[in-house]
Design a protein around this ligand. Sequence first.
Ligand code: 5GP
Ligand code: ZN
Length: 137
Amino acid sequence: MNCIFCKIRDGEIPSKILYENEVAFAILDINPMNFGHVLVISKNHYKDILEIPKSEAADLFSAVQLISKSLTEALNLEGFNVISNKGEIAGQSIFHFHFHIIPRYKNDNINFVRSLKKYTDQEFQEVFQKINQHIKK
Ligand code: 5GP
Ligand code: ZN
């Protein structure tokens, strides 16, 4: 499979691994939004967040949390963003699951565009119902 993250995992593309556990490894993003931008990548090739099996979710999350704490201490951070892009429309460019951990600084000009929409009461009810019907209880 022609996948950059599989190649990094297999050592076919040389890279410095910051951290790894059973299910995940972490590297610096090659084009950081801020210095210290880390990618936490699943070892297995899953396309995106929807393919991650429950059995790997806890160890993936704990890798994210461990890196987040280390970044906070190392770079003296006041905050960071954890995101995972799902689908091209959301900005995903590598279709092998990963979380971004992005250090944030005052006036760093990073904008995760937050266009604020307003619900009418009816729209809120409708949207709630629509989603809720698909949640397996
Ligand atoms: P996505 O756009 O899929 O959410 O994130 C992919 C990320 O991988 C991008 O932020 C991009 O800069 C990073 N990236 C792409 N190629 C490489 C690479 O060869 N090495 C590293 N370390 N990061 C990469
Ligand atoms: Zn892959």
